[in-house]
Design a protein around this ligand. Structure first.
Ligand SMILES: O=C(O)CCC(=O)C(=O)O
Ligand SMILES: [Fe+2]
Length: 485
């Protein structure tokens, strides 16, 4: 086997010979509007409301305090956020948007351009222009008082730096100087800069790009009582999973979108298949010089997504689930297949569930079913397709925690055995058997914005009707679903 993530040569039995079997848990959503109060710290309850049944999506206002939101944004900013290089929509084998761009932008370029127009600005003769050198060749920008630092930011925002080396090569200079439309983008960028300063900076919309955002990963250090550890304890209590599963999941991802930023609809977790291994367990064991880690040959095994909104967004930036609760047999579903429903710059508000970004709120959903036979991670939930709508005004900050579980039980177990010595002790109140959950009848508060276009599920009350027709709900996920009140 020469790839970390191909499974050839690995022979795991789905159920190893284990002394005590780990268990997974999923809340039953019960019905839309159903509310639970979950004790996430001694005496501190959060409200968890069902927003959708398929997949189960829950909304938890004030899961994070304002201080925690600020803390996460600060740590992420200090660690430095990187611009997303997620693929272009519709690109064929292209995993890297930049390479696609480079084909587009070279069209029309010719070699004399460098010699005649750019080489004179290349004072150190390295065939690359830094920002000061580039400004020498861009008299229009100089006249508008663009500084080297501004040009640096602009080249990131407008995606003028295709190879992300923070320097301009000949083709990049050609693109800036000659390609129709770029001058207009630059003009708009400067307008915005002058009006709104750095926060309002314009990000090129690249509608065709799957994701326009900056992100980074942050993790807690070992100091007890670290803010991220407190949040992790709350996740343990909220998800009712073992502390070990939560602690061995990915660290927190922090994402910032500027105006124009978005993340077209996608799945956070991959289809379960025996051809590829889960990234999180594969990376821990199989990597060596002979078996390099091939990201693209792994799959994501993320049972749960917990997404936190770290600020209120002035306009736009909702999280949309185009197919939540939609009946695949319905005409609305059929209609949705006729257009590019993944494009959340154009079709955000055609989605059947749209969640507003509100500081401190978390939403949690299940990307997979539990296998009815084994109770372990099962098939992926097709309705969990989702994404971030375009930010129209303001900046949107979110963070993600993904709870990773390998569908091959023995592989998850081996992974946790390896990491166990590094795990911290968690307070007993995080333990799923001791914390309290109370349930109430559905309320009718309006935290979900329901959308009218192209769907007859047009309001919260018509959702209620849909609810009323549902079969009486039995707990089907795990036996301990309703064992507390
Ligand atoms: O920004 C959002 O609302 C969604 C983000 C998302 O889906 C992700 O980061 O995977
Ligand atoms: Fe996502």
């Amino acid at each position: 086997c020469d790839d970390v993530c191909s499974t050839e040569g690995h022979n795991y039995s789905p159920m190893g010979d284990v002394p005590e079997r780990m268990e997974l848990f999923q809340y039953h959503p019960v019905k839309i509007g159903h509310v639970r109060f979950v004790e996430v710290e001694p005496g501190r309850y959060v409200q968890m409301k069902t927003l959708a049944m398929h997949p189960p999506i829950f909304e938890i206002p004030n899961f994070l305090t304002h201080g925690e939101c600020n803390y996460i944004k600060r740590v992420a900013s200090e660690s430095g956020l990187e611009t997303s290089k997620t693929a272009f929509k519709g690109s064929l084998s292209n995993n890297d948007g930049h390479s696609l761009m480079s084909h587009a932008h070279v069209h029309g370029y010719n070699e004399t351009f460098w010699k005649e127009q750019i080489a004179p600005c290349d004072t150190d003769n390295d065939f690359l222009l830094d920002q000061d050198e580039a400004l020498r060749c861009l008299p229009d920008l100089r006249r508008q008082n663009v500084t080297a630092a501004m040009l640096d930011l602009m080249m990131g925002d407008l995606e003028l730096d295709y190879d992300s080396d923070a320097r301009f090569d000949a083709k990049e200079m050609w693109h800036i100087s000659e390609v129709p439309g770029v001058a207009e983008d630059i003009r708009q960028w400067l307008d915005r800069w002058r009006r709104e300063g750095e926060e309002g900076r314009m990000v090129k919309k690249w509608k065709g790009r799957t994701r326009v955002s900056d992100q980074t990963w942050i993790s807690s250090n070992t100091v007890n009582g670290h803010p991220l550890q407190k949040i992790q304890n709350r996740i343990i209590a909220l998800t009712r999973l073992s502390p070990e599963i939560v602690q061995t999941s990915e660290s927190m991802q922090v994402v910032r979108y500027r105006p124009g930023g978005h993340y077209h609809a996608h799945f956070d977790s991959s289809e379960v298949t025996s051809d590829l291994e889960c990234r999180h367990t594969a990376i821990t064991f199989n990597q060596s010089e002979e078996t390099p880690f091939h990201e693209e040959r792994c799959r994501y095994c993320r049972m749960i997504t917990i997404l936190y909104y770290l600020n209120d967004v002035d306009q736009g930036g909702e999280t949309a689930f185009p197919f939540a609760d939609m009946d695949p047999e319905s005409p609305e579903y059929e209609r949705k297949l006729q257009y590019d429903y993944t494009d959340l710059t154009d079709h955000c508000h055609d989605s059947s569930l749209v969640v507003k970004a509100e500081r401190g709120k978390a939403i949690m959903w299940y990307n997979h079913n539990l296998d009815p036979e084994t109770g372990w991670l099962g098939t992926s939930r097709g309705h969990s397709l989702h994404g971030g709508c375009e930010v129209i005004r303001g900046v949107k900050w979110i963070a993600n925690n993904w709870i990773s579980v390998d569908d091959v039980y023995a592989r998850q177990q081996r992974y946790m055995d390896k990491l166990r010595p590094f795990l911290r002790a968690t307070p007993s109140h995080s333990n799923l058997r001791t914390h309290k959950i109370t349930e109430t009848t559905p309320d009718r508060s309006q935290s979900v914005s329901k959308l009218e276009k192209n769907t007859n599920i047009s309001s919260y009350s018509s959702r209620k009707d849909a609810n009323d027709k549902q079969e009486p709900v039995e707990p089907i996920c795990t036996p301990q679903m309703y064992d507390e009140t």
